[in-house]
Design a protein around this ligand. Structure first.
Ligand SMILES: [Mg+2]
Length: 213
């Protein structure tokens, strides 16, 4: 059976410049360990709201947003599935890593052995799928990134926390470099319609800024 870190690692194989909002605790630590980037927003609080923050970003930006959430968090904010199904931004993917446990607090059991988040999402009108095998997961991720519709991917994994260090970034750094990466991509899109040479200079300059932050 897959572990959460496998599910994150496989997702990150296909990520280019997408914005990622990641659930608090071990999911964020594991994502940082696999691939840190300014476009990753590591949550340090607000458990349950990863999908809501991701949805808000997707609704307000012309950019693909992926929320890496957990079963425990989605269960404590089930209304989010109704809101996602109602708004359906075509640039939003909710990637629920379902280990049937509250992993970061000691793997206490959740109710997803009897409650299907995929079925609830479908009842909310969302294109949702549940996967547990590596190759199927790769196929679903590729299709979802190439597609143009709201998608929920529920990845069934075993409860296991990888032994990874805490994220060494200051919370303000996580916040501001994420904001700067959004500005960078916004400017990048805008400048694509202008002179390419000028565009390259601006991008280089802004990229340097992000690295410094
Ligand atoms: Mg969980």
């Amino acid at each position: 059976m897959l572990r959460r870190i496998d599910a994150i690692r496989i997702l990150m194989e296909y990520i280019t410049d997408e914005l990622i909002v990641c659930n608090i605790g071990f999911p964020s630590r594991e994502l940082y360990h696999i691939k840190d980037r300014p476009e990753n927003f590591y949550m340090l609080g607000s458990m349950g709201l990863c999908s809501s923050i991701g949805l808000g970003l997707a609704l307000s930006l012309d950019k693909r947003v992926i929320a890496i959430d957990g079963d425990g968090s989605v269960l404590m904010n089930l209304g989010t599935l109704s809101t996602i199904g109602h708004t359906k931004p075509d640039n939003f993917i909710l990637y629920i890593i379902d280990n049937s446990a509250y992993g970061s607090t000691g793997n206490q059991k959740t109710q997803t052995e009897t409650t299907s988040l995929k079925d609830i999402a479908r009842a909310c009108g969302i294109d949702a799928i549940e996967v547990s095998q590596k190759e199927e997961l790769r196929r679903v991720i590729k299709e979802s990134l190439n597609g143009n519709r709201t998608k929920i991917i529920v990845v069934k994994v075993e409860p296991y926390n990888e032994k990874v260090e805490n994220i060494p970034l200051h919370p303000m750094c996580i916040k501001f470099r994420f904001i700067e990466s959004i500005k960078y991509h916004k400017n990048n899109n805008k400048n694509n319609n202008k002179n390419n040479n000028k565009n390259n200079k601006i991008n280089k300059s802004m990229k340097d800024e992000i690295i410094i932050i």
